[in-house]
Structure formats: C-alpha cells, structure tokens
Design a protein around this ligand. Structure first.
Ligand code: GDP
Ligand code: GDP
Length: 436
C-alpha cells in the first residue's frame, strides 16, 4: 500500500518551505541531477522513526495570476484533497493574522486531522505568546523553529500518530502502471481506450488518495494489470487542475505507486519543456519507463517519419535511452494492443536478478576488451560486482578507489550489462564501493 501523505499549508512567509526542507532533509539533496527537473520541490519523501510518508509543500503551487487570498484558499483545498494529515503553519512573529483565519476557515471543512504549528519560536521566551493561537480552533499549537530544527521532532510525532493505520498488505500480483504527461496529450483518452481493449475485472478500486481510482483489468494472455489513475485524468474541473505544478504533483504521486510508468507525448504538438519535467521525475524515481507517442493518427507520414520522431525523442530525452518508444493513437486504437505485453516485459526487466557469477563474467570480459582508466598513474581496479536490489536493478561494483571510475567508463560498463541481459525499459543503478 502507498505511504500516507502530509501536506503543509499556510499563508506566505510563515516558513512552510523551510519546514518542508527540514523534513525532507537530505533526501532532496541526494536525488541525482536530471536535466529538466526543476529544483524548487513541492513533493518529497520523508521518514520519521521508521515511518515513511510523502510531503507536499502546497505553498509552492502557484495558481496562475490569482490574487493572494485565492492562492492560499486553493492551496488549502489541494491539501484537503491530497493529504492524510495537514500541518497548518503560522508564525509567532506576526501572531494570528486575517490570512491565517482565512486558511483556518477552509481547513474546518476538512474531515482529516489538522495539526497547528507555530513557527519562528526561536527562543523559549516567545512560547508565552503561543496561547493566542488556540483561537484558530485546532487544539494545542506546536511551537517550532524551522530554521533551527527546533520542535520538528514533536511535530512529526503528532503527524505520525495522526496518519491512518498501516493498511493491510493485500496480496496483489498485478502489474501497476500509470500514464503521465502534461495536460491534453491524451492520457484520459488512452486510459479509456486501453480499458476498452481489455477485460475490466474490478473497476474503481478505491485508491489510498481520495481521488485516485485504480482499475484492474486482464489482458488477453491472462496477465492482471492495475492502472493507477492520476485523478486529474478522469475527474477534471477543479480550479487548480490546469496548473503545471499541480499536474507534476499528481504525476509524482502516481509514479510512486507504479512499477511501470508510461510517459505520454503528443505527436501533434511535438515535445515541450513540460514533457521533460514530467519524464525527468519518472526517471529519478527509478521506475520502468515506456515512452508512448500518442495522436499518431494526426501525423502526415512517409517512410522516415517514425524514425525521425524517434531520433528527436532520443536527443531530447538522453537520460531515457533505455525506454522503448511506441507510436499509438487513442482515437484509432493503433498499436494499443501491444501495450500490455510491453508493460509486462518492462516490469520483468525492472525486477530481473542476475546471478553474481554471470554478472562478473560479463564485467571481466568488458574490462578485457576495454581496459579500466588511469589517473595520475593509478589504474582503476574492478574486483567484483553483485546485484543488491531490483526495481530498479542495482549493482554494487567493488573497486580499489571509487574516484577512479569515470562517468564514461561507468556508462561503458552499463552498456555492456545491457548488451548481455535484456534491461529494456528500466534504469540501472551502478554504485562503486571501495573494497575493504
Ligand atoms: P513560506 O513562504 O511559508 O514557504 O516561508 P519560507 O520557508 O520561505 O520562509 C520565509 C522566511 O522566514 C525566510 O526568510 C525564512 O528564513 C524565515 N524563517 C523560516 N523559519 C524560521 C524560523 O524558525 N525562525 C525565523 N526567525 N525565521 C524563519
Ligand atoms: P489529457 O489531458 O492528457 O487527459 O488529454 P485528453 O485525453 O483529455 O485529450 C486531449 C484532447 O486530445 C481531446 O480533445 C482528445 O479527443 C484528443 N485526443 C486524445 N488522443 C487522441 C488521438 O490519439 N488522436 C487524436 N486525433 N486526438 C486525440
């Protein structure tokens, strides 16, 4: 089951993003640099005393050019829609303001726990002023100081207590996948077309997120799939629905719950900047990826068109070189029947395990053909490698000195592994460790 979600709300400048970064901590810093992925995060993973959860900084979701009060109102609504627990941040510096009361009014409508945090309580004397905040009506305010990390542990204790109990792990062998992409590329059309091609066995399985509706179906070969709906897809019409940050947020939540992600592009409009953001998040999350070019029916084609489009994609999404590309049409159903088998193949590759002996044969051959690099007269030595994880396949390579492993040589080793085994559709993680 998916991890619970915490959303942070409050008027601007109370310290929401400071607290968000505190909670997400190093997790944000360690994500690898993927071109096109924006650095101002609104969604991250957190962990407190072994409990894993997701965090949303609603303050980072700007709702177009709307006036300030509309912005904070809509942000509070997003928190109510998306989160299991809401942390309402205020500041001791300004005390209770009209804007705080405005936020409070929206949050009264939430039928989920709201925890009130009073930020910027940098020193103990300020604690006397905290009583004013009872007037907001959310019980005991928790004093914190985001910049110093004071009180964050107490806050997270409260948050974790308020999370719903761990849902029972249902025995579900189905392959989970989602379709992500910017608005209008045809995600909902594809969802409906794919369901039309297959036998739906349980429709509308209640997801963990309020709006998420998952659908299970069986492909003609008998394989079960669960299609994770990025709510935006089938439930359109909210004010904040069309903002880029919100669609990225939905995409990230869906990616989190998927084995395989279908990154949908639009053949009619071509590739846009926002496509790269969405694809970058899928890549960073380490899921299996298939690039689906939709609306192929709209393109005037000759013998080279598909090849040219493919080349453009390879240039624009270099980090996704492992992802297969399919050209489809939700309108005419062209090639849609190929998707289930491809998703299944990618899922298998994503969870494939390679025996150490076989893996080491491949690596030693690779090194014999193309010797390891040297730096200042010192040569990289590779002793042995072993696969330590799946989803995505992760290999630890024991070496004399990890600093001697150049990016290009690592790329070479990765390519050799890919030539020896079918890892189509899955990223591979290579980690160098110094042998003790
Ligand atoms: P947001 O707009 O609610 O996301 O607020 P930010 O996190 O951007 O913080 C707004 C300002 O308050 C920044 O200048 C922060 O450095 C400052 N700030 C955040 N937390 C604290 C705190 O605990 N104490 C003090 N004194 N300042 C803080
Ligand atoms: P979403 O926002 O990504 O869910 O996109 P929609 O499924 O709502 O589709 C956006 C528009 O593209 C709608 O007008 C669809 O009818 C149209 N559309 C979707 N798929 C196709 C396709 O394969 N071919 C054509 N010609 N139009 C499509």
């Amino acid at each position: 089951m998916a991890n619970p979600t915490l959303a942070i709300v409050g008027r601007p400048n109370v310290g929401k993003s400071t607290i968000f970064n505190r909670i997400a901590g190093e997790r944000i810093a360690i994500v690898e640099d993927t071109p096109g992925v924006t650095r101002d995060r609104i969604y991250a993973h957190g962990e407190w005393l072994g409990r894993k959860f997701n965090i949303i900084d609603t303050g980072g979701i700007d709702i177009g050019d709307e006036p300030f009060l509309t912005q904070i109102t809509e942000q509070a609504k997003i928190a109510i829609d998306e989160a299991d627990v809401i942390v309402f941040v205020t500041s001791i510096k300004e005390g209770v303001t009209d804007a705080d009361e405005r936020v409070a009014k929206i949050l009264y409508q939430a039928d989920k726990p709201v925890i009130l945090a009073v930020n910027k309580v940098d020193n103990p004397e300020l604690r006397n002023e905290i009583y004013d905040f009872y007037s907001l009506g959310f019980g005991d305010p928790i004093p914190v100081a985001g910049t110093h990390g004071i009180g964050i542990g107490d806050l997270l204790d409260k948050v974790c207590q308020a999370f719903p109990d761990d849902q029972k792990q249902v025995d579900d062998q189905s392959i989970k996948f989602s379709l992500i992409g910017r608005p209008n590329v045809g995600k909902s059309s594809l969802v409906n077309a794919i369901l039309g091609e297959n036998r739906v066995i349980v429709s509308s399985v209640e997801g963990t997120t309020r709006d998420a509706i998952d659908t299970k179906f069986v492909a003609p070969d008998g394989t079960e799939y669960t299609m994770i709906d990025t709510a935006g897809i089938r439930k359109k019409g909210k004010v904040y629905e069309n903002t880029e940050k919100y669609s990225v947020l939905r995409a990230m939540q869906a990616i989190d719950r998927s084995d395989v992600v279908l990154v949908v592009l639009d053949a009619e409009t071509g590739i846009r900047e926002q496509d790269k953001h969405v694809a970058g998040y899928a890549h960073e999350a380490g899921r299996g990826i298939i690039i689906v070019v939709n609306k192929w029916d709209t393109v005037d084609k000759n013998g080279y068109t598909m090849h040219q489009f493919e080349q453009t994609i390879r240039e624009e999404f270099q980090y996704l070189s492992y992802a297969p590309i399919v050209f489809v049409s939700a309108k005419t159903h062209q090639r849609l029947n190929r998707l289930p088998a491809l998703i299944k193949q990618v899922d298998q590759n994503h969870s494939q395990r390679i025996q150490s002996a076989v893996l080491n044969d491949v690596l030693m051959d690779a090194i014999a053909h193309n010797p390891t690099p040297t730096e200042n007269g010192r040569r990289l030595r590779v002793y042995y490698a072993t696969q330590v994880a799946i989803k995505p396949p992760t290999f630890v390579i024991f070496v004399n000195d990890p600093d001697l492993m150049h990016f290009s040589y690592e790329r070479y080793l990765e390519n050799q592994i890919r030539e020896a085994f079918d890892f189509t559709g899955t990223p591979l993680h290579l980690i160098e460790r110094k042998r003790k």
